[in-house]
Structure formats: C-alpha cells, structure tokens
Design a protein around this ligand. Sequence first.
Ligand code: ZN
Length: 406
Amino acid sequence: MNHAAEMNRLLRDAIAFQSISGHEGPFTRFIADWARAHDFEIDLWQSSNDDLNAHPLAQARHLPLQNRPTLLIKLPGSGDGKSLLFNAHADVVAAPHPGKWSHDPWRGTQVGNNIVGRGACDDKGPLVSALWAMLALKDDAQLRGDVLLELIPGEEDSVGIGTLTSVLRGHRADAAVVLEPTESLPRCASRGGLRFDILCLGRAVHGTVKWLGQDAIAAMRNVLGALAELERDYQSLAPDPLFASYPIARPITVDKIEGGDWQGMVADRCRCGGYFELLPADDHAAWKHKFSADLLQKLNASTQNIQITFSEDYAGHRLEPSHELCIAARDATLDATFNAGTAPFDFAAFNSGCEAGLRAALHNTPTLVWGPGSLAQAHAVDEFVDFAHVQLTAGRFRNLARRWCA
Ligand SMILES: [Zn+2]
C-alpha cells in the first residue's frame, strides 16, 4: 500500500469542495475524473425526481436532484467471485460559524497526524480509505468478484435517496459496506429513524389578557417535557444487545422550534421538529402510532390542539455477527498489516441512521457500516480524521475484498 502522499493530497483536495447537500456536483465530478485517470470503469449519471417518485421507498421529502449526480466506480474481478460495493455520500453538512474553527473548514489542513476540515471523517476520509483499497487491489489476481464504489448525493438531507438513485440505475452487489466514521471497526447494525413534526395550536390574544387566549408556546414547553419522558419510558422496551453499549435506547431529539407571530401577542401556533431514532427490529408504523398516542396521553391533549406528522422514515439494518460477511470483516481487521495494535473486538451497532438500511431492506444485501474517524467529530467544529486511521482502514478494506471477492 504505497500511494500515501497521493491519498493524503486527495483527501485535502476533497475537503476543499464545499459539497454541502444540494451542491455535490463539482465534487462528484472531481472524483469521477480521478477514477478515470486511474483507469477505473465509471458510470456517472443524473437521476431525476420522477425516477425516484415512481419507487415506493422514495421519501415524501427530498430536495430537487438537479445538478446532484451519482457516480459508480468499478474494479472488475477476474472471474465469478462475489461482488462488494462501498457506499459513500458526497454531501457534507454546513460549517456555519467558520470563526469558531481553529483552521479554515474548507481547506483540509494537516495538523500533526490529523487532517482538519468539514467532511474529514464524514464522509471524505472513509471515501478515501475505500478508493485507496481499490487502487491497491488493481491487478490483484485473488480478486475474482467486482469491487464497486457508489458516491451518492443527499445523505445529509434525506437518508436513502442517494442510494435509491443507484438501486434504480441497476447497481447491485453481494455485499455492501456503507462508509461512515466507526473508528475503523466494522459495525453490523444501524438505526432506523423517523422525522417528526409537532404543531401546537393555541388562540392569539393580547398579552395583558392572556387568560382569554391559549398559549401555544407554553404548550410546546409541555411537549418538550413529555418527549424527554417518552425517551425514558422507551428505554427498556424490546432492547437490542448490539446497541447495549449506548446509553439511550431510542434517542428523541428536537432540533428545531419556531413559534409566535407578533410581539405582545399570545402565540397561536408553535412548531417543533426532530428525530426519533429506532432499533433495527422496530416496526415503524407501530412506533409512529405509539409515539403519537403516548404523547397525546401524557399531555392530556387531542389532535385538535397537537398535530403530529412524520416527514421522513428510513430503515435500519441488522446483520448477525455470525454472518459470513461479519466473519470476513473480523478476519480482515485482525489481519491488517498496518498498525496492528487493535485488540479483538465484539461486533456492535453503528449508533446512527445511515444508507445501510436501504439495500438491506430492498434486496437483503448483507451490509456493514465501516470507516475511519469517529461520530464524536462528525458535524462538529474542527472535524478531523487521523490520516493513519484512513490508511489503516484502507488496509482492512483491501483485506475484506480479498476474502469476500476471492
Ligand atoms: Zn455520514
């Protein structure tokens, strides 16, 4: 595995693209050019909203897809072995307060072993690990099945949409590795999730006669308290041992609140939105119903005052640690010739939603989540990845492909 200087440069150049959701195009074309220059086969295309809307798994809520291409890079195997597909997302979240960063978020600055910048670990570091593995696998006689990599748009604004563009294009494989920061360890399960919107309705009056009105902002305060109680109530229901190391079984996180129309008025509406993150075996329809019913009951409210809707719904996934893909991944990890200091590990889940649920749900594709870096850095100020971990993970991916595609 040489190429270290080239891959370091590639990661820093990748971070320099401000590929915020909706603006992935230039970055995706840059990676396509890189792949072409290295003689990989590529498929670069633009899906339309109409393509997606025809599919039952398309989400009601997604941004237009114009100028948001999807890329597939292919390293053909020499025979009829099993294929392996890496999945990376081209988009990153914004970096809204660059002054809080110690380095320009859009530069990819090397600080000691670390590369700092937006997307360093989510998802450009993991992408570079997989590209590096594919470079190292070129002309590898052991490789009988194809190794593929799809670079998709839109993961950060609507989970699943980007992967669906590739599924509809006809790309499939015998196993998938969704690239996300997992501290270089393979994870065999991921969360499903629901996006909820809660609207509290009141009656507006002048603030000095507030007893004549109904305060929607005060109602929202009760909603927030009730959501915290629900998170505790759901803690011990139908647990999943792969998630046992995480302190919250089903996180309920409000990320947005808005309410009130005019100063001095009692607010007649207040709205909040957030995510309710589920375990892989949870039945989403049943949980939507339970969440709504439990919330209204706690608030002693009716649907006339509190309206609960769900705008996003994505599947989790779960692969048994005894599955042959998990065994291959474990051996690939313990085998890595780079920095082989990692102790043996027990399989655990990735503590988030990601693209893994889609192919697992549609085609039963055995799927892992895997990549360098940590969720603790993803989306944070001074996001970074340790470049040695990018290299270490590239070695593990190469080992996995040699085992799986042999
Ligand atoms: Zn990500």
